[in-house]
Ligand binder design. Structure first.
Ligand code: NCD
Ligand code: ZN
Length: 373
C-alpha cells in the first residue's frame, strides 16, 4: 500500500482489479451527531469514538444545554463513557433559546467549552420545544457570535404547518436564512443536514463563511425508502428524505470537492419502541457504520478519491481546527449489520439492521495511529 504525506492524496490499493478495494484516509470528524445521555449515551458513544477523532455534539437533551456549566458536565459524562484507549474529543454546542444570554455564550466560547451554537426553530424536530420562535429573539446573541467568529449551526426547516413537509427546507432558506445572512453577513453559518437541490445550490453560491453538512442516509436514500412494502419508521428523520433528483444533487455536492460541504452524520438514536409507534420519533441511527456508509455513497458515483476531503479536511478547515494526523483504513468487504444494539426495551435499531454494508473499517490499531501521529 502506498501512503503519502501530501494531504490531498488518498492512499488506495487496487487488489486484483481496477476497482478500489482498500482506502486509507486521515481520521475523519463528525460535524453533527446526537450522543444523548445516560444509558443511551453509553450504548452509542463508542461507535462514534471508534471512527471519529472529534464530533460536534448536539445539545437537544431534556433539558437542553443552555449553560456553560451544563455543557461542561455533559462533556464530562461523554468522556467518561468513552472506552479507554480511544482518543475522542467531544465538541460542545449551546442550544439557542429565545432571549439567550450573549454573555453566557461568549464566555463558553472563549473558555473553549462551546465550539458552536445550535438554532432549532421551536418545534421543528426532536426535543426542540425550547427552540427559537423568531430570529429577532436572538439578535444580540447573533451579533456577539459574529464578532467572536463562533459558528451558528442551523436546523433549516420552517415549522409553519401550512408548508408542505417536503418543502420546509427550501422555504426556510427563502424566509429565514436569506434575511439572516443579510443581517449578519460575517456570521459563520452551517446549514445542517441539507436535503435538497435548492439547499446545495444556495450553499455553493453563498459567502465562504456559509457551509453545510450532509448525512450518509440522505446520500443513500430517497423518499421511496420510507414506503418500501409498508411504512419504514427507521427511515424517518428530519429533514425528511426527499426525491431522487435531490439525492443526486447532494451526491454531486458532497463529491464535488467544494470545501463548503462536509460530513455530519446526524446519527440520532431512539429506542425501538419510540420509532415503531403510532407517532414515531424522527432520527436515523448511523454511527455504527458511518464512514462505511459514506464510502458506499461515494463509490456509487465513482468518487472514492473525494471521500477524504469531505470526511476529514473540509469540516476541520471550516471550524479552524487542525486536521487529524492519524489514519483509518476501509476495506471493500460485505459485512452483516446487527439487528439491534441492546435488547428488549431501549434497543436501538441501526441503519441497515440485519443487512449488509459493502465497506468495513479495519479495526483501528493503536500502533498505526501512533505511527501516523
Ligand atoms: C434528531 C434527533 O432525534 O435528535 N432527529 C432527526 O431526525 N434528525 C433531531 C434533528 O437533528 O433534527
Ligand atoms: Zn441532528
Amino acid at each position: 500500500m502506498v501512503r503519502c504525506d501530501q494531504e490531498s492524496i488518498v492512499a488506495t490499493t487496487a487488489i486484483g482489479s481496477d476497482n478500489i478495494t482498500r482506502l486509507t484516509l486521515r481520521q475523519p470528524d463528525d460535524w453533527h451527531v446526537h450522543l444523548r445521555d445516560g444509558a443511551m449515551l453509553a450504548a452509542v458513544v463508542n461507535h462514534t469514538a471508534r471512527q471519529f477523532a472529534r464530533a460536534i455534539v448536539m445539545p437537544n437533551l431534556k433539558p437542553p444545554i443552555t449553560t456553560v456549566a451544563a455543557a461542561e458536565s455533559y462533556r464530562q459524562r461523554i468522556r467518561a463513557a468513552v472506552e479507554p484507549g480511544l482518543d475522542f474529543t467531544p465538541l460542545m454546542t449551546f442550544f439557542l433559546i429565545d432571549n439567550a444570554d450573549p454573555a453566557e455564550i461568549s464566555a463558553g466560547f472563549t473558555q473553549g467549552v462551546f465550539t458552536a451554537a445550535k438554532l432549532y426553530p421551536a418545534h421543528a424536530t426532536t426535543n426542540s420545544s425550547h427552540g427559537v420562535t423568531a430570529i429577532a429573539k436572538i439578535r444580540p446573541t447573533l451579533e456577539a457570535m459574529q464578532c467572536l467568529g463562533m459558528p451558528l449551526l442551523i436546523h433549516g426547516e420552517v415549522t409553519d404547518p401550512a408548508v408542505d413537509i417536503f418543502d420546509r427546507e427550501q422555504v426556510f432558506i427563502e424566509r429565514c436564512l436569506i434575511p439572516l445572512l443579510a443581517q449578519f453577513p460575517a456570521l459563520r453559518v452551517v446549514l445542517e443536514h441539507i436535503t435538497t437541490r435548492q439547499a446545495a445550490e444556495f450553499i455553493a453560491a453563498a459567502a465562504p463563511c456559509v457551509a453545510a453538512t450532509i448525512t450518509a442516509h440522505h446520500l443513500l436514500l430517497n423518499r421511496n425508502a420510507l414506503f418500501v412494502g409498508g411504512m419504514r419508521p427507521h427511515h424517518y428523520c428530519l429533514p425528511v428524505l426527499k426525491r431522487e433528483h435531490h439525492r443526486q444533487a447532494l451526491l454531486a455536492a458532497a463529491t464535488g470537492g467544494n470545501p463548503k460541504f462536509f460530513l455530519g452524520t446526524d446519527s440520532a438514536p431512539h429506542a425501538r419502541e419510540a420509532k415503531e409507534s403510532a407517532c414515531g420519533c424522527a432520527g436515523i441511527y448511523t454511527a455504527h457504520a458511518a464512514l462505511e456508509l459514506y464510502a458506499e455513497a461515494f463509490e456509487e458515483v465513482g468518487a472514492l478519491d473525494r471521500l477524504e476531503a469531505f470526511a476529514s479536511f473540509h469540516g476541520a478547515d471550516f471550524y479552524r481546527l487542525a486536521r487529524n494526523r492519524a489514519t483509518l483504513t476501509l476495506e471493500k468487504r460485505d459485512w452483516l449489520v446487527a439487528k439491534e444494539f441492546g435488547d428488549g426495551r431501549g434497543a436501538i435499531v441501526p441503519f441497515r439492521a440485519g443487512q449488509t454494508i459493502s465497506w468495513q473499517l479495519r479495526e483501528p490499531s493503536p500502533a498505526s495511529v501512533t505511527a501516523a501521529a
